[in-house]
Design a protein around this ligand. Structure first.
Ligand code: WTA
Length: 635
């Protein structure tokens, strides 16, 4: 069992303990798990290099903690409840024992394909149980999984495979999403045209789409697992052996391969899951994220399964066949904890309340949100109409790099406040810094959010680029992890996340680097240069506004160029990065030293050109007037 807090007093007590004596606090949490060999030291760290280690020299396997540790008590209980895209298709459930066997079978398959400890396995799959099985099979044998969201393009997949030098790719013939089919194998084939390290591709049959199988490289999943034994001894891992790589966007063009290791990630995801959601035995927990993102890793797969929970996995989209789909699933499986993103809440809110039937929502006890700031309107709608005024909302702030939830209410324990992530979890020490590197103490302050002490779930490095890890997170402020988020601490000491303060935008809860999108736009043959900023968007939270300078116009005219720029970005990164607005401009506002003044573009995109701030360093003020004149939003 994982230690759980039951009251506000309990939270305060545990929090204080975790700060006063982190060794003792985390020892207590880690002792809930099965270690082949106990750690010598709870942690060892400095934020200079940075070098962060947890449960030093401990030996374990995370899947042994999901399966062997739970089988006696939970063997026949559902582990994964899978709801297919089409509501008329059958639900699939896997008990802990069944999942264990499937994981072992696939682990043996990977071994037979020559995958061993430390090898990288790229996974590009739809939201089907085999995706979770694949992830856990890698962990079973100590291979490092790198899941790439199945909405990414061939280019994006190729870049990630090559950065991780993956040996095997796991994919499917296609993936269902609403009334569409994503041709995953076809996209993968395109990516693999230039992925020299991939030796084998395992292809799951899901959509029965026609695919080309490359002889000697490609193998069907069902054939590959055929005859494999359903027992597979777990590989002994060091606490600090990498568990997975997950790519995320940063402020430069190239995605960062965030590396999480085994021991700390295990302890942190299980502890935070149990406490934030207040999961009780037999509850059904439903997180609507995709396993291609960190939320899916930590709170569909690892956290819940380590806690012995029933985790519901959904293949489809919230609005198909209609905007009542989530609530149908909640009713069908009597979901108790429901965890989604503000963008989904806003999209459903916009469809009205007809899809919300009280009787369908009775089982809900806890609602959660993640990925972006939640506006008050969405919070209240979620609270009043989905939660029927009786479910606490846990607004969970965290990041790919933090591994697990950092600032959040504990459900039913921490008093909530709309659009506030409230208070840090035990072990988390937030600190607010101003632009000059000074700490802002006390309440009613606003600045940049940093964390001054390590926690077990923190990322350890960027794959193949430790320097970038240091530069990105540990160089802005001395001896502190810098999150890239702005934050306010109000008069009650509650935290409200204000959004990114760097060149990262958050579109529908997906993190995108503006430079990444600009690079994609600049590949268009007619584009000279571009600048991308976020702007407020009613459903997506932030939309993508691109200012583009073209050398000449093609025969399609402005409209034609705009369209082809949008298509280009979809092709190079994926539909999530497609600009909402493309404004063709005669030039970009630049300083004399050639730096783009994004502040000005952000203001224009926000529809507010009244207060552009200091523009005396601008090379050409005329350009700004022209940009304002041609703006695609009301300025
Ligand atoms: C944003 C997702 C406000 C934030 C788990 C962060 C949030 C980025 C919240 C990380 C929240 C996440 N309130 N903003 N509750 N949760 N964010 O890596 O800007 O995909 O830095 O991890 O999402 O996004 P990522």
């Amino acid at each position: 069992m994982i230690n759980k807090i039951h009251s506000l007093g309990g939270y305060i007590h545990e929090y204080q303990k975790s700060i006063a004596n982190p060794e003792a606090f985390w020892t207590q949490q880690a002792e809930c798990f099965f270690w082949r060999k106990r750690w010598d030291k709870v942690f060892d760290w400095n934020f200079d290099e940075p070098n962060i280690q947890w449960f030093v020299n401990g030996k374990l396997n995370i899947t042994e903690n999901i399966f062997e540790r739970n089988l006696y008590t939970h063997g026949n209980q559902e582990a994964i409840i899978w709801e297919p895209n089409d509501p008329n298709d059958e639900t699939r459930t896997l008990t802990y024992s069944e999942l264990y066997q499937e994981v072992n079978k696939f682990a043996n398959t990977l071994k037979r394909l020559g995958v061993g400890k430390g090898d990288r396995v790229a996974i590009y799959m739809p939201m089907v149980p085999e995706l979770a099985i694949a992830v856990l099979a890698c962990a079973r044998i100590g291979a490092i999984h790198s899941v790439v969201f199945a909405g990414f393009s061939a280019n994006a997949l190729q870049e990630r495979i090559n950065d991780a030098t993956a040996k095997v790719l796991l994919t499917a013939d296609g993936g269902f999403r609403g009334d569409k089919i994503t041709p995953l194998k076809k996209i993968a084939d395109e990516a693999l045209e230039s992925c020299p390290t991939i030796e084998t591709v395992v292809v799951l049959k899901r959509t029965n789409s026609e695919v080309d199988m490359v002889v000697g490289r490609d193998i069907w999943w069902h054939k590959a697992i055929d005859g494999q034994s359903d027992t597979c001894p777990a590989e002994e891992m060091d606490s600090e052996d990498p568990l997975f790589i997950l790519y995320t966007s940063g402020s430069t063009g190239k995605p960062k391969g965030i590396v999480h290791t085994t021991g700390g990630y295990m302890v942190y995801t299980a502890y935070s899951f149990s406490n934030v959601f207040q999961y009780h035995v037999d509850d059904v927990y439903f997180c609507t994220a995709d396993i291609g993102w960190i939320t899916g890793h930590s709170y569909i797969v690892y956290g819940p399964l380590l806690a012995g929970a029933k985790t519901l996995m959904f293949e489809g989209v919230p609005t198909w066949p209609n905007a009542g789909r989530f609530w149908d699933i909640v009713a069908k499986h009597k979901v108790n904890q429901f965890y989604t993103a503000p963008t989904a809440i806003r999209a459903l809110l916009a469809k009205g309340n007809d899809f919300l039937e009280e009787k369908k929502l009775q089982s809900l006890k806890v609602l959660g949100t993640v990925g972006e700031p939640i506006n008050e309107e969405a919070w209240h709608w979620y609270h009043d109409h989905v939660g029927l005024n009786r479910c606490p909302i846990v607004d969970t702030w965290w990041q790919t790099e933090t591994g697990g939830i950092m600032i959040s209410p504990l459900a039913g324990i921490t008093p909530t406040k709309p659009s506030f992530a409230t208070l840090p979890l035990p072990g988390i020490q937030p600190i607010i810094m101003n632009g000059d590197g000074k700490e802002l103490t006390g309440n009613s302050v606003e600045g940049n959010l940093c964390i001054k002490f390590p926690w077990p779930g923190i990322a350890r490095t960027i794959w193949n680029d430790h320097q970038r890890f240091k530069d990105t997170y540990f160089s802005t402020y001395n001896k502190m992890y810098f999150t890239g988020d702005g934050v306010k601490r109000d008069e009650d000491g509650y935290y409200r996340i204000l959004g990114r303060v760097d060149d990262v935008i958050n579109v529908s809860g997906h993190r995108l680097g503006t430079a990444e999108i600009e690079n994609a736009i600049n590949e268009h043959p007619l584009v000279n240069e571009s600048a991308v900023v976020g702007y407020p968007h009613a459903i997506k939270g932030q939309g993508i506004y691109a200012f583009v300078v073209c050398g000449e116009l093609s025969t399609g005219g402005e409209e034609g160029i705009r369209k082809s720029i949008m298509q280009g970005v979809t092709k190079i990164i994926g539909p999530i990065a497609r600009p909402d607005l493309v404004q063709l401009v005669p030039g970009l506002p630049k300083t004399r030293s050639g730096k783009i003044m994004r502040r000005i573009l952000r203001k224009v995109a926000e529809g507010d050109a009244t207060n552009l701030g200091d523009i005396t360093t601008l090379l050409d003020e005329d350009v700004v007037d022209k940009i304002i004149d041609g703006a695609l939003v009301d300025v």
